[in-house]
Design a protein around this ligand. Structure first.
Ligand code: SAM
Length: 289
């Protein structure tokens, strides 16, 4: 592949010039951009063709790549480094405990805070310290579309702001509760970066002791949410909408709790993503009557 090597900060100025091959992606390394050159134009280097990466799937969070569960072979890892030029590659083995802390193996580079955008929201986090689920992207958008400006919302499991930031950007006032101090710190940072700090009241602690008053909407983005429903209902009233996440079929448990608390309600179930074979991560939308 014939390329011209230029300082990375000149990439934007060059990208529409006639010598640039628009069918190939430039790539950056060590402060330089390598731009593929069209046939017939002068070039600086003739690089061996890059081998497309064909190993296990991964997600990109800023300059860090996150592989899920399946470790690459040594050849695949080298192939991925050459293909994506990341600064760090992590293998996410699983999430641990109630805080859903990531258990990761560092495959390449040194872990650090990463910044990236997803559906118009900027996130900063360290993927070795807190979880980030790209699989919840559609659910975040769905929730954002349901929220009306001025709503009073409780996010009982705010994490680094997956739902809280969407809700605040939709014009709601969010009482964001989170038990993990690392997540609270990133949530604070993310609310500032996205310009919604004045719409979010962050509390670091157990949501069950921090819920106050009643809310228009209660977000419960934790797999064990059905077990927290009684606590949430103590801060709900007719008209309140709850979004209760869980794994597998929890409809019966949820309905038992609602009926035990004496509420009339409408309930609908939505699939968020596959969790295991035949098991789904679901969210139950409940509107109290
Ligand atoms: C699934 S994670 C992330 C939540 C995020 N809303 C999402 O959908 O991905 C759940 C979060 O709930 C927090 N958490 C667990 N138990 C909690 C509790 N009792 N009170 C407040 N936060 C809690 C964990 O620390 C974790 O950050």
């Amino acid at each position: 592949m014939k390329v011209r090597r230029i300082p990375k900060n000149q990439l934007q100025e060059c990208i529409s010039e006639s010598w640039v091959d628009p069918a190939r992606r430039p790539y950056c390394r060590n402060g330089y951009a390598y731009i593929p050159v069209r046939t017939g134009f002068p070039y600086d280097l003739d690089l061996p063709e890059r081998q497309p990466y064909t190993g296990p799937g991964y997600q990109r969070l800023g300059d860090t790549l996150l592989l899920h569960s399946t470790a690459p072979t040594d050849d695949q890892l080298q192939n991925l480094i050459d293909w994506e030029h990341p600064s760090c590659i992590l293998l996410l083995n699983h999430h641990d405990g109630v805080m859903r802390l990531p258990d990761v193996t560092v495959l390449y580079g040194v872990p650090h805070d990463v910044t990236f955008r997803e559906t118009g929201i900027t996130y900063t986090l360290n993927p070795t310290k807190v979880m980030f689920s790209q699989g919840n992207r559609l659910e975040k958008q769905r929730i954002r579309n349901l929220i009306r400006p001025g709503e009073q919302i409780a996010d009982m499991f705010a994490g680094i702001g997956y739902f809280t930031l969407s809700a605040a950007l939709a014009g709601a006032h969010v009482h964001a509760m989170e038990i993990n101090p690392d997540s609270c710190a990133y949530l604070r940072k993310n609310s500032e970066i996205n310009g919604v700090a004045d719409k979010i009241a962050i509390v670091c602690g157990d949501c069950r002791t921090h819920l106050t008053g009643t809310y228009n909407r209660i977000l419960m983005g934790h797999f064990d949410s059905p077990d927290f429903l009684t606590a949430a209902l103590a801060h709900a009233e007719p008209g309140t909408v709850l979004h209760v996440h869980g794994i597998g079929d929890r409809t019966r448990d949820i309905e038992d709790t609602l009926q035990g608390a004496g509420f009339r309600y409408s309930l609908s179930e939505h699939k968020v993503k596959k969790y295991a074979s035949r098991t789904w991560h679901c969210v139950w939308d409940i509107e109290l009557r």
